[in-house]
Design a binder for this molecule. Structure first.
Ligand code: F6P
Length: 373
């Protein structure tokens, strides 16, 4: 009998999601003879049984579109806000899977979605996860769709900031997304020729950044572009955050855990001011005017570059093949130019950070970029 599958997109959107939906949907229908439905608005649409049939017509013309035609949300399936209270929606999802006679649910998303997929898998539901994020921070996959497009956008921004920083003899700080990982900032910083790159993986010292800027001044270059990852911190702030995370891990009671989490949230909230504090400190230390540009959501918006369309299509079609073969409880990882199944247990909760001995780090150092250490 023909299989019937459900697709959803969850977490932050990323360019290439529609290519993956299309790849999965077209291969499922055209190659494997399946029926496909698409849940609207991520995990919430799944829990609330909100869906549309996906067919050849609805899957046409979406390859080049940014965002996700299915919509998305950042819900946790075991702790979803419904009518003002937090509910475990796993039983509701199990009913939806049963009611719609689904042979598999394909969840396209980042680290949070991998965790949701694992929770559903542990509840006995047939799921596969397709890794999407501009942050490239998912473990056991060579790449994630969304990253290549965001890298282009962030690189172009760093390029453009050079000419205005040069004209005004300024230090310009460009804050780049990436959550807790520095891949996007490191890639765009190298490709855009940033003078300083600050990553969450390498806690920085202000004096080191100042020394890089001063060296440039001595050579007659009175401007600098600093690419800073949104999760980058100096040594003291890194230690403060690590201590807060340790408190959450070791909290002996639910009340202590809630209060430790609130403490960590306060630290994270105050970090939003980070690029502005850094600008003030650099201005005071170097005597150069400093300005801040937060790239923000433009990094996630708009049409995907070819590499993300290709990757989304490869992962999508591979997912259809795995589902046809009865494979469940896995992430459809990018592996070389193809795909491989990785157990969700190995993926969920694991962050892929930039290793400090990564070739990109060495490349940055070798071309004379300051890393703030
Ligand atoms: O995970 C993708 C990402 O864009 C991160 O780089 C960023 O930290 C986060 O999402 C922003 O989340 P939100 O869309 O919820 O503001």
């Amino acid at each position: 009998m023909a299989k019937r599958i459900g697709i959803l997109t969850a977490g932050g959107d990323a360019p290439g999601l529609n290519a993956a939906i299309r790849g999965l949907g077209k291969a499922a229908i055209g190659r494997h003879g399946m029926e496909v439905i698409g849940f609207r608005g991520g995990i919430r649409g799944l829990a609330e049984d909100q869906w549309d049939v996906l067919d050849k017509d609805s899957l046409s013309g979406i390859l080049t579109l940014g965002g996700t035609v299915l919509g998305t949300s950042r819900d946790k399936v075991h702790k979803m806000m419904v009518d003002g209270e937090q509910r475990d929606m796993i039983p509701a999802v199990a009913e939806v899977v049963e009611r719609n006679k689904l042979d598999c649910l394909a969840l396209l998303g980042g680290g949070g979605t991998a965790k949701n997929a694992l929770r559903l898998h542990e509840a006995g539901l047939p799921v596969v996860h397709l890794p999407k994020t501009i942050d490239k921070d998912i473990a056991h996959t060579d790449n994630t769709f969304g990253f290549a497009t965001a890298l282009e956008i962030a690189t172009e921004a760093v390029d453009r900031l050079h000419s205005t920083a040069h004209s005004h003899h300024r230090v310009i700080i460009a804050e780049i997304m990436g959550h807790k990982a520095g891949w996007l900032t490191l890639g765009a910083g190298i490709a855009g020729g940033a003078d300083v790159i600050l990553l969450p993986e390498i806690p920085y010292r202000l004096e080191s950044i100042v020394a890089t800027i001063e060296r440039r001044k001595e050579k007659g270059t009175n401007f600098s572009v600093v690419a800073v990852a949104e999760g980058a911190r100096d040594v003291a702030a890194t230690m403060e955050l690590e201590a807060a995370e340790a408190l959450v891990r070791s909290a002996p009671t639910p009340e202590a855990k809630a209060s430790a989490k609130q403490h960590r949230r306060n630290i994270e909230d105050s970090h939003r001011e980070h690029p502005f504090r850094l600008a003030r400190d650099l201005e005071a230390a170097t005597g150069l005017e400093a300005r801040v540009t937060i790239l923000g959501y433009v990094q996630r918006g708009g049409t995907p570059v070819a590499a993300d369309r290709l990757l989304g299509s490869v992962i999508g079609t591979a997912a259809a093949e795995m589902i046809e073969a009865g494979e469940h409880g896995v992430m459809v990882a990018s592996c070389g130019e193809g795909a491989a199944a990785v157990p969700l247990e190995d993926v969920a909760g694991q962050l892929a950070l930039v290793p400090t001995d990564h070739p990109w780090i060495r490349t940055a150092r070798d071309v004379g970029t300051g890393l703030g250490d």
